[in-house]
Structures are given as C-alpha cells and as structure tokens.
Write a protein that binds this ligand. Structure first.
Ligand code: UD1
Ligand code: CA
Length: 476
C-alpha cells in the first residue's frame, strides 16, 4: 500500500430490530460475528490502523474485537449522535491525526470484501478526490441515503431518505455507507457538521456537499455486487446474508477443486480450509477452524467444528469437535467425537462410538458401540464391540491405557485408572479392574449359574413361561 490508510469501523448502534440481548454486531454468519467480517476485510487490505467505534453492549463487543485483533483502537461512543459524531470521536481517539486516506466502514455489513475496498481506494487515489462514496443500485432503495448528481452526472450530495424530496427518493443509486476520504479534509469537515436534519444527528454524509461547496473533487465508485453493500438490521436479513455468504464460500471452494455434491445443504464457515479433491456429501457442516486435507471425504450428514481431517480420511454421519483425524483414518457412521479425540493414521472409530479426550494410535480400531473417554489406545490395538471406559468415579476422571497391538474382548468395562499392556488380550465380558500384563489374557471372574425351572415357577402365565413349558413337553 503506497499511501497510509486508517480504517474506522462504526459499530456503536443498538440494533433494536434484532430484538436480542446480544449486540447486533456480535450475531454471527459464517461462524464469525458481523463485526469480525468487517475487521477481517480491513485487515486483509493491510491498513495502517483500525479504529472501532463501539457503544451498545460495549463490554461484550470490546472483548470480541480485541480477540479478533488486539491492535484495533477501540473508542466508546456513549450516545449514538450520528455517523458524523462517531467518526469525529474516532479521529479524536488517535494520538496523531491520520494522513493519507481514511476508510469508513460499518460493523454490520458482512459481505464487503477486501477486494472491493481495494478497488474503492485505488479509484479514490487515481481520481485524486476528497471523498469517494461506495455506491450501489439495489432494486429497492427505500431507507438508504441517495446519491444526488447534477445533469452531467457529477456527485453533489448524499441525501438521507427521510430528508429527501420525492424527486430525490426516485433516485436508485444509494450510499452504502462506506466512504474513502482524504484525511486532512475529513478532520475539518466533521468539525463543521451540523444537526439541521430530520433526526437532529451529525450526518457523516453531509461532508460530500461540504467538499462540493469547497470546490473539491468528489465521486462515487459504483459496486455492481449489491449484496456486498447490504447491512443486517433484523434476523431475516441475518439469515439471508448468511445464506448468500455460504453460497459464496461453497462456490469459492468448488473453484479451488473441492467436490460439493449438494451446495444447498453444505455449510462452510469463513474460517475453514479445504484442499483440492476433498469431497463433501450432502447435509454437511464444516465449522470454525476445521481443515480437511486432500482426497478426504466428509459426509453425508456430518458436522465438524475445529476438526483437522488428514489426507484420504473418510468421515461418515459424524458429529465432531476439537478433534484430529489423521490420514486415511475412517470415522462413522453415527460417531460422536468430543474434544481431545486424536485418531491416528489409518485408525478407525466405527458405528455408534463416542470418544472424548482419547488418543487412538495408528491403525488402532474402536469399531462398534463403545465409549472411550480419557483413554490412550496404542497403535494396532483393537477394542472389542460394546466396550466402555468407566473413567469417572463420581468425583474424578481417570485414564485407561491400552497397549500396542492389544486385543480387548467384546463387552469389556475398563475401570479406570487401569492399564492393559502391549500385546495383551482380555476375554469377552470382562470387567477389567486391575492392570493386565503384556502378553497376558485377562478373564473376568464369575461363572454362570443356572436355576432350572425358574421361569415357569416365577413367571407363570407369561409367553416365556408358555414357551418354556412347550420346550419341556417336547423334551419329555
Ligand atoms: C447510513 C447513512 C446512509 C446509508 C446507510 C447505509 C448516514 C447519515 N446515513 O444510514 O446514507 O445509505 O447508512 O446503510 O450516515 N453508527 C454509530 N454511531 C452512531 C450512528 C451510527 O456507530 O452514532 C453505526 C451503526 O452502528 C451502523 C452504522 O453506523 O453500523 C450506520 O448507522 P445507521 O443508523 O444504520 O445508519 P442509517 O440510518 O442506516
Ligand atoms: Ca443501517
């Protein structure tokens, strides 16, 4: 960037129409709060400084903003006295007056991209203007400020909808709210703003007529892609923009070489990274910071949040979060991977298996109907069907260790803390209460007792008793 750019993100508004306890700019689309989209766009642009103007829900908003970018200067606007007032206090908050260009954007306009802002700034500089408005021509311009031009098409002013005449309201070109302004002009112009309008606010938009009056060049950069200028005011718009963002992300990944069988039922968050030749089957949500490596197949009907999936892995009908699935591993169907699950290369977490805080080594398998919590399972081990780690004694959690190439029988209960050493076996139905030595076979105690005639004696009149009687008569 040849010349300094200071970004001001306006995010103090109440967002009343959201009807929410949560400040509007903290509502999310694409797994990111609205204000996060605005901050990511200006950061990607490479601005020198960013000032965020916050107000409603300031404690919550401040925390989220510093979590996204600790370098953002945050300034509180106690009362929302207008966009001009917000910019004024943003400028006041800076130690030194900005030079170069000031870019004003909103915290509730989430689809605006860094590319669009770059084009706006390039246009602004090349034309040598004092103010460049990012404008658009939506189907319905009601409510927006209109771009007022003279007969030759020169921009004269921005008129707010409520202050506009009928003729002015007929104009379709609107102010998106995003402006590029020469820093030295902006300082003088916001200091000169007045409240003589319908709302009695300081309108930032009045700086356009001010510049024209001073004979300074102003203009508009018209954006074809109207969606990028759309703001969120209520939950209907939140869902609409969320859908459009998702469509764009899904298309982006398809163009990067990802097969998406059903874009309509595939949801991909902004923070997700996918490699070429990943296949996503219908009904899949990839959320948070999930990454998927080349050749992996995800879905159908799978939700992964902050999961790392290795090359060639397959994840079918699975719900997972904060987990790692290594290359060529297989998961599902109907698996539940809770935080701290690490599945090694070529390993398997099979049908109806829940895992938590558990490492499963390379090539190791937990194929059927099991719960593995706080466990370490060595490479090449196999856990029998229907096995449970009893990891919780009612007060504390304890670990279970299963050694390399161990074979545990079906229906085992591992009463933690317990260790099954390398290469050991356990018999079906064993409750493993004490450690098993390497190479040993552990067999559960408790033989099987039979009480002849119990059903006919104790459950007379039942279908079981009747079947037992028939079998006895056939024997006799
Ligand atoms: C504003 C513009 C209008 C434009 C429209 C685009 C002005 C006077 N009008 O109108 O020309 O078409 O946006 O959506 O600028 N904010 C603050 N502090 C304030 C006031 C607003 O931080 O004191 C923030 C809001 O949180 C919001 C943004 O600025 O993110 C715009 O405010 P809003 O009240 O929605 O402006 P509009 O009346 O829609
Ligand atoms: Ca608005």
């Amino acid at each position: 960037m040849s010349e300094q750019v200071t970004a001001i993100v306006l995010a103090a508004g109440a967002g009343t129409r959201m009807r929410s306890r949560l400040p509007k700019v903290l509502h999310e689309i694409g797994g990111r709060p609205l204000v996060g989209h605005a901050l990511h766009a200006v950061r990607e642009l490479g601005v020198a400084r960013t000032v965020a103007v916050i107000g409603h829900g300031r404690e919550l908003v401040a925390e989220v903003v510093s979590g996204i970018d600790a370098d953002v200067v945050q300034v509180v606007q106690e009362e929302q006295l207008g966009t001009g007032h917000a910019v004024k206090i943003a400028l006041d908050a800076l130690d030194e007056a900005p030079d170069g260009t000031v870019l004003v954007t909103y915290g509730d306009v989430p689809l605006l991209t860094a590319d669009t802002l770059t084009a706006l700034l390039d246009d602004h500089r090349q034309a040598g203007r004092a103010v460049t408005i990012l404008s658009a021509e939506p189907e319905d311009p009601t409510g927006y400020g209109r771009i007022i031009r003279d007969d030759s098409g020169n921009v004269l002013a921005i008129r707010e909808h409520r202050d506009a005449s009928d003729d002015e309201r007929a104009v379709r070109e609107i102010n998106s709210g995003v402006l590029a302004v020469a820093a030295d002009f902006l300082r003088a112009a916001v200091d000169a703003l007045r409240t003589d309008n319908d709302q009695g606010e300081l309108y930032l938009t009045d700086i356009v007529a001010h510049a024209v009056g001073d004979g300074l060049p102003v203009g508009a950069h018209v954006l074809e892609d109207v969606w990028q200028t759309e703001g969120v005011n209520d939950r209907v718009q939140l869902a609409t923009l969320g859908r459009v963002l998702n469509d764009r992300l899904v298309e982006h990944w398809m163009r990067q070489g990802v097969t998406v069988v059903d874009p309509a039922t595939t949801w991909i968050d902004s923070g997700v990274t996918l490699a070429p030749d990943v296949t996503i089957l219908p009904g899949t949500q990839l959320l948070g910071a999930t990454t998927v490596a080349e050749g992996a197949t995800i879905g159908p009907d799978t939700t992964l949040r902050n999961v790392e999936v290795g090359e060639g892995a397959s994840v079918v009908r699975t719900h997972g979060s904060d987990a790692v699935i290594a290359a060529n591993a297989t998961v599902g169907p109907f698996s539940y991977l809770r935080p701290g699950t690490v599945l090694g290369e070529g390993g398997k977490i099979g049908a109806f298996v829940e895992t938590k805080n558990t490492t499963i080594g390379a090539g190791a398998k937990v194929p059927h109907l099991s719960y593995m919590g706080d466990a370490e399972i060595g490479e090449g081990a196999n856990v029998g069907a229907g096995s449970i780690t009893a990891n919780y004694d009612g007060v504390d959690k304890h670990r279970t260790t299963i050694g390399r190439h161990a074979r545990t029988g079906s229906g085992n209960v591992f009463v933690a803390p317990v260790q099954i050493a390398d290469g050991a076996y356990t018999a079906a139905g064993t409750t493993v209460r004490s450690d098993v030595a390497s190479g040993a076979l552990a067999v559960g105690e408790g033989g099987q007792r039979m009480i002849d005639g119990w059903v006919e004696a104790r459950r007379p009149g039942t279908s079981s008793a009747e079947a037992a009687r028939q079998a006895r008569e056939n024997r006799e």
